[in-house]
Design a protein. Structure first.
Length: 362
């Protein structure tokens, strides 16, 4: 197969305003000129996009924490077979670097392991530390990750019975500065309103979920260019979380129900304000893998245009993560769709073909 040239009889959707008639895959790379020598050619017809990006995904993580290599491989394969060819792994308790040696699995950009406050996150998921240990732990994770560090910004405090920020603002600011000093960007799990003020003040690069955005923090995020990854298919689990809180934590229950009820309005307001938004599913843990197409429809429901949703899942996401797309000479990681996704995002769920590192995925 390495000697076969793929003729992509497009359109090739290389960007929001960049549709090209055709392209070739020669020796695993994108070319907009046909091969100069006679070689076997295989044609693929359809609308071509860069491989999907899941910007919040957990390969190697299950409901109880780290999973074995076979399960991690199954997770990565499921993502690949649904068109996800680039993953930002937003925290995993498992060491998945062996996946880097596999040419048949998606590329993973790792944020190391979650960093959480002691007994303030899901058991077996995170490094659990106290504030005085946060800066040193951030430096350690920055050195072992792929340019990202993941903090848990808020979680239920059983003493107050509600979501509460996990870190004092001054310590958080020092930790974010330490990550930047190590050449890493910072993202954070944040459900509630209060923690978002702290992460904006501290200069975070990104926030996951961001369901607690309100007008002031939305404006701060837009001004500072702080990105969000809403993970709306995960936010749809909030009513179940609230139900499990029952009468024991009524403030927490009511807060989660409110955040869920206004989730689309929250993301729409962020989008209209110019906050950078990227697509992530939160797969792993309790969310199935292979759900990028479903999340795309959720972002459209929240008010994003189809072209901007496509950007959040392909062109813009790859640029944000410093990875190539469909320019001349780029590695051929792409999906072929039977219809124009700019007219119907539903076609993202059923690729005609998936090409990973220049090879058609069987």
């Amino acid at each position: 197969m390495a000697d076969v040239v793929l003729h992509l009889r497009g359109p090739i959707l290389a960007g929001p305003d960049d549709a090209r008639a055709q392209a070739w895959v020669i020796d695993g790379l994108i070319s907009y000129a046909p091969p100069e020598s006679a070689r076997e050619v295989r044609s693929l017809d359809g609308w071509v996009l860069p491989g999907y990006v899941d910007a919040h995904c957990h390969v190697g993580l299950g409901p109880e924490g780290a999973v074995d290599a076979a399960t991690a491989e199954e997770q990565a394969t499921t993502d690949r077979d649904h068109g996800t060819l680039l993953i930002r792994d937003a925290g995993s308790a498992a060491d998945t670097r062996w996946i880097d040696e596999r040419d048949d699995l998606p590329k993973i950009i790792r944020a190391g392991r979650h960093i959480a406050r002691t007994r303030r996150y899901i058991r077996n998921y995170a490094h659990e530390v106290e504030p005085e240990q946060l800066v040193s732990r951030v430096r350690a994770e920055a050195r072992t990750g792929d340019g990202w560090v993941k903090l848990v910004g808020d979680w239920i405090d059983r003493d107050t019975g509600d979501l509460e920020p996990c870190w004092p603002r001054d310590v958080l600011t020092q930790a974010i500065a330490a990550a930047h000093d190590e050449g890493a960007r910072v993202t954070a799990h944040c459900f509630g309103q209060e923690s978002l003020y702290d992460f904006a003040a501290g200069g975070s690069d990104c926030v996951e979920h961001a369901t607690g955005l309100e007008p002031e923090t939305t404006a701060q995020f837009a001004e500072q260019g702080i990105a969000i990854v809403p993970t709306l298919i995960n936010i749809d689990t909030f009513p179940g979380i609230a139900a499990s809180a029952g009468g024991k934590f009524p403030k927490y229950r009511d807060r989660m129900l409110d955040l869920h009820a206004r989730r689309y309005d929250t993301i729409r307001s962020a989008y209209e304000a110019g906050v950078p938004i990227y697509l992530g599913t939160d797969a792993g843990g309790h969310i199935p893998h292979g759900m990028v197409a479903a999340e795309a429809l959720e972002l459209e429901r929240a008010g994003m245009s189809r072209v901007d949703v496509l950007g959040a899942a392909t062109w813009r996401a790859r640029d944000w993560l410093g990875r190539p797309g469909l320019d001349e000479g780029d590695p051929a990681d792409l999906v072929v769709l039977k219809e124009d996704p700019r007219q119907d995002l539903g076609v993202l769920s059923d690729p005609v073909a998936i090409v990973l590192r220049g090879r058609v995925v069987d």
